[in-house]
Structure formats: structure tokens, C-alpha cells
Design a protein around this ligand. Sequence first.
Ligand code: GDP
Length: 518
Amino acid sequence: MDLTHEIEKRKTFAIISHPDAGKTTLTEKLLLFGGAIRQAGTVKGKKSGKFATSDWMKVEQERGISVTSSVMQFDFDGYKINILDTPGHEDFSEDTYRTLLAVDSAVMVIDAAKGIEPQTLKLFKVCRMRGIPIFTFINKLDRMGKEPFELLEEIESTLEIETYPMTWPIGMGQSFFGIINRKDRTINPYREEEKLSLTDDYTLKEDHAIEADEAFQTAIDEFMLVEEAGDAFDLEKIATGDLTPVFFGSALSTFGIEEFLDTYVDYAPMPTPRQTKAEAEVEPTDENFSGFIFKIQANMDPRHRDRLAFLRVVSGKFTRGMDVTLARTGRKSKLNRATMFMADDTETVNEAYAGDIIGLYDTGNFQIGDTLYHGSKVEFEELPTFTPELFMKVSAKNVLKQKHFYKGIEQLVQEGAIQYYKTLHTNQPILGAVGQLQFEVFEHRMKNEYNTDVIMEPVGKKIARWIENEEAITDSMNSARANLVLDRYDNQVFLFENEFAMRWFSEKYPEIKLYNLL
Ligand code: GDP
């Protein structure tokens, strides 16, 4: 079948990393390898493209956040690979998390000198909870970094995942000789052209001076140990995210990328099924088109208030101009204006298949989590909400603008730009976010789109916990109750000052069952 054939060719992933680990560089090199762009070096430059007309995105630009263009597709070895960007800055937003809901696998980039860093850990946890396969690229081997075993140990203990090195480095920094490819036992040298190969006895097949080198012998001994005592290869565990294939390389020198891509396309899953609200699964190869919106980029053009809604195709085939129904409202429309992104430019899509991401122009009809379908009705399960870590009290500067103020908040909350809370008795609005940037975007959009200046007052970093048994909260918990707020669905939420305060509370009131969102 034509449809099945197209869908089996698709691989959709996000890169997760901490800023500066080399995500942008790796993305450029992957695209270069795939032949999607003629020249690398354009990914960051994309900020100067069409999207730069967007006003609020200047906020992102001023803060030096990379690659706002969110999705790119390239071809490799007969596969169509979609890379989704996860904004990589201290102040990343809920969009970053939600991107992980639209992919089938993730690539974790680690700086060999730094190991696991906080942002990697946060994003990793979301991948783990979703059980998606994770591939690890340990970058910057051309510089001195941690020892390979130390890095593997760190991944295994910090992230609680087994590791399976697909390549093994020989030396690093100045003395970086190259990598051993475990699949075919070839050695790809960093500075020379000719590949070498290892025999089953871990000696070189070729005559080569390197054999007498101490660093080389150490690497061979380590490699032997990995093969004999390392975690066993297990495709099933890769598929469930319990074992990560690990690659070593240098994105900057385009080294180790091909080994990575070759293996990635072999082991990464094709588009996976998604759950509906009715707890059925929609298979990617279902004939009928369906998809869900996981991100809305608003105000692409300030004159038109355009939005671009990003839709992950879950099943079937999208064709330009097709009739679709918005499951939430039952409204039908024709999808005429959809775009897809190559590295350099956006182009109108005529066709897209399960696994692909398309951008839909929107004038405010879509919300995060919306399902679009053709044919018989499906509605995908709601996207999870993420536990915010930052809070701001917010009010309208001009009290006469209350109506605008609340309308703006309502829409931005629905759109998923920010989370809404209020104090228990006084109904003081409080905004919650996972990244500082969300507040800045909120403030900017309230002014520009809803003509409302806001006053924001930091409540600070808090630990938010929902309550399983709200009925157990009593008036006698006086001081603790002062920390309660309501979320947008009127659920009670505790905002604790810090870990210590939360532990103190749990010890004092063990009957109250707390939980956090994803
Ligand atoms: P991002 O913030 O994760 O997107 O990281 P970038 O791709 O922008 O890389 C951060 C810095 O590390 C840049 O100066 C890159 O040139 C540099 N870099 C990336 N990959 C490598 C590498 O393999 N080796 C070395 N030495 N530097 C690298």
C-alpha cells in the first residue's frame, strides 16, 4: 500500500539538550548530511527570515534563543526525517515540553566535558514518562572531556536508563584518534581518510603505527570491556526508552554523524499510534486523516494577528484543500493554507503523512490539544499540563480595562501560553509558567493584542502540588492553608516555598495526598 509505504519511511524526533551542548550545530550537520540544505550555518540565521517580522519573537531574539523555526524535514537513506526544535534556553517554556508530545523519539545531546546538565534532565524526564526511545550523542570529543565510562555511568545513574555504546572513542581532545563502530568493527579516524578495522581479537587488521600508542590500547581495552560486560543489546528496551544507544562524536567537525544517522534510522520507531479520549488507539496507517495541535505560534504578522498552529499528523494522509472537522466544536473547514519547513524556507504542503508536522494558518480557531480529522470522528486525549515552577501575581494597570484584561488572560491561557491560578479567597490572579520567557511573552501580547498594560509581581519560584483528597483539608490547617491557590479548573493547589517546606507539611499532615503533574 502506498500509504503504509510512505508512513514507514517517517521518523520524527526532537533534540533534547542543555544550552551550548551543540544542538544547533548537530541539527545543521544532520540537515547537511541529509541534503536538505546546500549549506550548513543557516539554522540560527533563520531568525532573520520571514518569522522575524513577528513582534514578540523579538523578545526571544533579544535573549539569544536559538532556532525559533520549529520543524525541519530532510531525507536520508530513503527516510523522511522530521526534526522538531525544543527551544534551548534557561527560560524555556511549556512549548518545549509539549514538543516532546509530538515526536516518536528523542536525541539527547551531551557535552562530553559537562555531562548531564539540568535542562537535559528535565526534558529527559518527560521523555521517560512517555516511554519514548532516546538516542544519545556525546558531543565535543575534539576537546578534553570526561572519560567515556564516567559519562556512561553518569547517564545510567542520573537518568536511570541502560546504555549501549554504538561507537567508542579512541582518545579525546588533542589526542582524539577516532571512533570504533561497534556494528561493523571499523575504526573511523578523525584526522585521516582511510578507515581501519578491528579483528575479533581486538587487533588491527591493517598495519598501522597507532597500535603501539597507549591511548589506543586503553580505548581497545575499554571497548573489549564494553562488549563483554556492558548492557546487552535489546531492541525492545530501546523501543520503550529503557536503553539508550550511545554515540560519540564532534558535531562541529561533522564527525560521528553518519554512524549516528545510520543506526538511528534502523532503530528509531516509525510513527506511533495515539490514544483517543474514548481510549481507543489511532494507528498511523488508518486511512482517515487525523492529527492534533501541540503548539501555537501567535502573531506571526502583527498586522494580521495571524497564528501558526503546529499539527502532528497522527494518521492517514493530508492533502491540500481537504475538508477537516475540529473535534472540539464540530466545525468543518478546508485546509488550504498549510506549510512545512525545509531548512531554508517554508513551502506550501500539498501532501503530508502520519509522522509529519504541518503548520496551519489560523485566525484564532485552534487551541493547544485540538484534534482535526477527516471521516469518522476521533478526538485525541488531552495534552498533559506541566507543573509550573515560576509564579507572578498579575493585574491590569488601568482598572477600567478589566474586561480586556480577563479576555486576554482567558485566550492566552486557552492557547497554552501561560497557566492561570487565583488566590483562594481574594481571587487575585496568579500566572504560572515553567520558564521566565512565558511571562515576557504574556506581558507583550497583553499590551499588543489586548491593549492592556499589566502589572506583574513575582511570587517567585514555588513547588506546586495538587491534592488527591481535597476533602481532607480542614480549617485547622491554618498556616498551611495560606499557601493554597485554585487552578483554572478550581482544583486546590499548594504552593510551597521550597522542598523543606513541602517535606515539613507532608510530615505534619501525612493524610493529605499530594501529587504533581508531568
Ligand atoms: P546549542 O546551544 O545546544 O544549540 O549549541 P550550539 O550548537 O550553538 O553550540 C554551542 C557552542 O559549542 C558553539 O560555539 C559551537 O561552535 C560549539 N560546538 C558545537 N559542537 C562542537 C563540537 O563538536 N566541538 C567543539 N569544540 N565545539 C562545538
